[in-house]
Design a protein around this ligand. Sequence first.
Ligand code: NAD
Ligand code: TYD
Length: 345
Amino acid sequence: MAPHEMKNILVTGGAGFIGSNFVRLVLERRPEARVVNLDLLTYAGNPENLAGLENTGRYEFVRGDICDGGLALELMQTRKIDTLINFAAESHVDRSILSGSDFVRTNTLGAQTLLEAASKAGQVRFVQVSTDEVYGSLGERGRFTEESPLAPNSPYSASKAAADLLCRAYGRTFGVPVIITRCSNNYGPFQFPEKLIPLMIIKALGGEKLPVYGDGMHVRDWIHVEDHCAGLLLAAERGIPGEAYNMGGEAETTNVVIVKSILKLLGKPETLISYVKDRPGHDRRYAIDSGKAKRELGFVPIKDFETGLRETVQWYLANERWWRRVMSREYMDYCERNYSGRLER
Ligand code: NAD
Ligand code: TYD
């Protein structure tokens, strides 16, 4: 089948970590495409991530909420949108444990609102950027396939799984051409320093304690954000509506190994590691079978984790101004709430 041609793309949540990397990648690799970025600019969204792009004449930023169906429909109609890529979300598990309501609102109701608008607009290919976390947790063996049951364990993953089911329903009931991608943990430039890798880099730089949850033996399958974004481009152009595609980086690693690697790269001592109270409902292991995306889309993760981690550490060293600015008052309040009850064990 001929690939879907993307001319006018609506990206939601494009001022966040993965969305901003995707906007840059798509404008570079598809010189004919135009991008409208609809983003509410929560604590995680930063228009500076896309500084300079407005001058290209192919990029427009609109501040708004994906729960505003009228705005979404208006953008789809006036900008002649043919493809929507929904990144907009509350994305951090620990925040969802402190309070889940924003997660249900944005991740579930927001996705349903966009699906409704796409159904009214017609002709909009809808890519839902989901997560491997919807499958829950694995034991020591096995990998998630697209056939694995949805068994989310955190309010974050439950709100994303609910969105996946709504995508299925809007495809079946209203014929919206929806493609779901489920990717593993991303890392790379512009990641908000609440997630494991940037958090640990910044704490290590400051000589602070590095809070490792539980025994530190939880496993994630890390993928560089550019590999994920390249996979999303393939899914948008070559994916089959109604299908889901898993994507992973083939880099299963325990948290403590990552933390030790970061300390080594920065020349800091392992005595900075502090084992703290575990995250409630903490998923033990994620591992992805990306076979379907490889066979059907041509997906290939390129960056090996060792190189990617080294480059990421260098990026945070070179972009101190960026991370100091995003670590605002709100972020400091969150840290206080999340880490104050977790005394060293
Ligand atoms: P992020 O938190 O860095 O960015 C989220 C963006 O969404 C921000 O720019 C924020 O301002 C915006 N946003 C939040 N609520 C909004 C609303 N109501 N309306 C419009 N915009 C809103 O997240 P991320 O890490 O870039 O993740 C992007 C997507 O990828 C999410 O859907 C997430 O579930 C999914 N995902 C993330 C990972 C990962 O490792 N980070 C892995 C797999 C899938
Ligand atoms: P995180 O980056 O929050 O991603 P997710 O929970 O979506 O996988 O966390 C990655 C792993 O690192 C996870 O097993 C929890 C652990 N972790 C810590 O040990 N300490 C921390 O301070 C954070 C934020 C995460």
